[in-house]
Design a protein around this ligand. Sequence first.
Ligand SMILES: [Zn+2]
Length: 323
Amino acid sequence: MNRRQMIKDAASWSKLAITLSVALLICGGLRAQDKDFSKVEIKVTKVSGNIYMLEGEGGNIAASVGEDGIVIVDDQFAPLAEKIQAALKNLKITDKPVRFVINTHYHGDHTGGNEPFTNTRSTVIAQDNVRKRLETGGTGGNGSSMKFDYKAAPKGALPVITFDHDVTVHLNGEDIRALHFPAGHTDGDAVIFFPKNNVVHMGDDFVRYGFPFIDVSSGGSVQGMIAAMEKVSAQLPPDVKVIPGHGAISNLDDVRTFVKMLKETSAVVQKAIDEHKTVEQMKQEKILAPWAKWSADFLDADKFIETLYNSLPGSKGEFMKHN
Ligand SMILES: [Zn+2]
């Protein structure tokens, strides 16, 4: 191997390492022990009224902090639980603990802290399918080149209260409502509403890192993601503050731009499926080139073609079953 090749290889390895760590950040598919969380700092941002957003590593956390105690939405990774608790205490609003944790879906970067929070007497709430998938573990992914192994969670990490359609937590003068939307990012997604404070946490049905990861292998679909985000954005006040699963605080225009991209790219891939094109042909023809700005290392246009192909009807060699 010549020197030039070595440098090239080293560069591509470091690129791979970055891609892997982003994948951990977004999917929580690798074991939390494999990463050093000691340097992660928890950044707290006031969103509105008594609702805060916490960022560290993994999915965004929403927190309702008030006289009745604390409710958080998602809990990142287990090694960060103490730092999250300290950051909430540092607000000096209440000495009361985190009474409830609501999970938006089962991925490890949103539920990894469930066990330590349960051990410190929080009650974890989630949609039925979140508990089922945490209990068994399994393989998530886009049905093609993206695969993430999710280990079965220990008993202490399982949600103690589960719901099918919706649940409301009445705390801090607010009716905090978790509403299930089927088959979007996964089959267990919940969007969490804070109506008094005019804030919503979308879970990973809305993210800001580019083309979204849709866990087709865990019952997700682009159609469900579009349906959920269209329904939510049609019903919320125009000035609602939107906490995405990953990325900066957003508004409904950002959600609409995201949905528009999902619909346009789905239509392009659907047309190619209807024309009996293979995934390889779609990649070669770069059919998602007009949406290149959504492409990122973790999830580039080729991986998103796979995702849409595996999500949309008529793929996988199925020929007309109905007319
Ligand atoms: Zn996720």
